[in-house]
Design a protein around this ligand. Sequence first.
Ligand code: MN
Length: 240
Amino acid sequence: MSGAVAVGSMILPITSCGTKEEEGDTGEAQMSQTVSALEFTLPALPYAFDALAPHIDAMTMEIHHDRHHAGYVRKLNKALSETEVKGDSIEGILSNVTADQTGVRNNGGGHFNHSLFWEIMGPDGGGQPSGDLLNAINTHFGSFEAFSEQFSAAAKGVFGSGWAWLCVNEQKELFITSTPNQDNPLMTQIVSETGQPILGIDVWEHAYYLNYQNKRGDYISNFMEVINWAKVEQNMKAHM
Ligand code: MN
């Protein structure tokens, strides 16, 4: 997932290539203090706030991206400055984070989950997948209709806040699972069903309450109409 920037490289003076000795020294000193720090940034939404309407309304998208996701990024950076978690990417960090490291767990999960969520939706989405993804779905679930039923049931079945996922496991098989809160299947120290998420639906009330109130099922069926299947297939191929 994009969005990781080494702090050290951001503050290293551009003149550090050795034209002036003092400036080069300053750069090295700053580098050595911050070399292991990662600072994540909020990725831009890849389309306009109103691009998914009427399925997902513009105000929900704006608040969800600009406030909720931004908050996860801000709190993740703070938590990482206070917590020792190994990893040089968000995926690496999530694979190492433990249940009691709640700041990194909740906000790192929040950052990864939402970054994926924006990408697997789009204004030209919906319909059915094709090609290799459709073949894999047919192999593992029998048909696209059977997949849709299972995925929607997993999303409806999340008690309280959480996510439902389509993932690739270590055997390169597709599977559907769900996780509470901002956990996800990358968290191998925390969740039981682990794998690489390639599609996810946010079923926190903040994802749908303005437009759908308590009707989570209506939100889920509308979400199916904005899935960017080409992106999901790209995610699958990157992990198979
Ligand atoms: Mn959310």
